[in-house]
Design a binder for this molecule. Structure first.
Ligand SMILES: Nc1ncnc2c1ncn2[C@@H]1O[C@H](COP(=O)(O)OP(=O)(O)O)[C@@H](O)[C@H]1O
Ligand SMILES: [Mg+2]
Length: 157
């Protein structure tokens, strides 16, 4: 299943983030792909705000992961851009984050292809020939499909 839209302004990204925050649930793993500046961190930041995480939400560019907690659910925001090899995923103990109640957002997941546990959503943001941001969400698991179905229902209403 697939959902696409144009992120024409920051407020469109914000509205989508609010809709996504309503449908995601524990143990969902979302990857975000797209060139530098596409708007991956911005989308995650707005989802975290919509989940009532207050304060400054930093990009994990340098720390590689930023952890949050909402109602006993751990939320991890990864950015693997600085990985020089996929094995860093294990070296940094990132596989150990995937237990209990958690939700994971992973920018540049392709830097650790094959090592990340099940990806439920693949989110791509790319620029078209008019320099507009095109977003596509693809579900890759049954749970991912359930959440994406709910999202599509929400945004169409
Ligand atoms: N939908 C949007 N409309 C306009 N500007 C945006 C949008 N999404 C992100 N931006 C801007 O693009 C820049 C890069 O965004 P960022 O989320 O850091 O990209 P990435 O994490 O993909 O490298 C930021 O200045 C951000 O404000
Ligand atoms: Mg980023």
């Amino acid at each position: 299943m697939k959902y696409s839209c144009k992120l024409t302004t920051l407020s469109v990204t914000q509205q989508l983030a609010v809709a996504i925050a309503k449908v995601i649930r524990p143990n969902l793993v979302l990857s975000l792909n797209g060139t530098l500046g596409a708007g991956k961190t911005t989308l995650v930041r707005e989802i975290l705000h919509a989940l009532n995480i207050v304060g400054n939400i930093k990009s994990p560019t340098f720390t590689l992961v930023e952890p949050y907690t909402v109602a006993n659910c751990n939320i991890y925001h990864f950015d693997l851009y600085r990985f020089s090899e996929p094995e860093e995923w294990f070296d940094l103990g990132f596989d150990e984050y995937f237990s209990g109640e958690f939700i994971a957002f992973i920018e540049w997941a392709e830097k650790a292809t094959g090592l990340i546990p099940q990806l439920d959503w693949r989110i791509d943001i790319e620029f078209n020939e008019f320099n507009e941001r095109l977003l596509t969400i693809r579900s890759l698991t049954v749970m991912g499909e359930e959440c994406l179905t709910a999202l599509i229902k929400n945004v169409e209403n």
